[in-house]
Ligand binder design. Structure first.
Ligand SMILES: CC(C)(COP(=O)(O)OP(=O)(O)OC[C@H]1O[C@@H](n2cnc3c(N)ncnc32)[C@H](O)[C@@H]1OP(=O)(O)O)[C@@H](O)C(=O)NCCC(=O)NCCS
Length: 109
């Protein structure tokens, strides 16, 4: 199985499984370059529930870390995806803003 991030801009693009588009993603950085955001992430409905979300988030995290991220931040607001990000090791921000955080030292370098 080949899992590929196909960038169509400098910050995001398509999620490819063996060359087939199964979703999309968008990322961003803060101005200091030490916080990497996953601002948008979707696995298309017919491809959900088989571990692809976990695999592609891992690839995006590695990309953000390779660019200097020390903190990974996911936006769970738009899709109410708190449980999904929680399963992937993210903690909800205490201010209730809907952002979910994962320090890089939690499990990757
Ligand atoms: C959330 C989403 C990305 C999950 O994709 P997926 O490929 O089905 O996820 P996976 O199969 O890799 O699941 C990863 C883990 O999250 C859990 N999970 C997946 N979707 C979940 C949901 N909606 N609620 C709670 N847990 C969920 C799975 O049980 C799995 O946990 P496990 O590995 O401990 O068993 C997909 O449902 C989606 O695109 N939803 C709409 C957009 C969205 O919510 N995007 C995220 C915020 S931008």
């Amino acid at each position: 199985m080949a899992f590929t991030l196909k960038f169509i801009s400098t910050s995001g693009g398509l999620l490819l499984l063996n060359g087939k588009t199964v979703g999309y993603f968008e990322t961003a950085f803060n101005s200091f370059g030490n916080r990497g955001y996953i601002t948008d992430f979707e696995i298309y409905e017919s491809f959900r529930g088989r571990g692809l979300g976990r695999i592609f988030v891992d690839k995006i995290e590695r990309y953000l870390i390779s660019k200097g991220a020390k903190m990974l931040i996911a936006d769970s607001v738009r899709w109410s995806a708190v449980e999904f990000w929680g399963n992937l090791g993210y903690e909800p921000a205490p201010d209730g803003s809907g952002y979910m955080f994962k320090p890089v030292w939690a499990d990757k370098r």
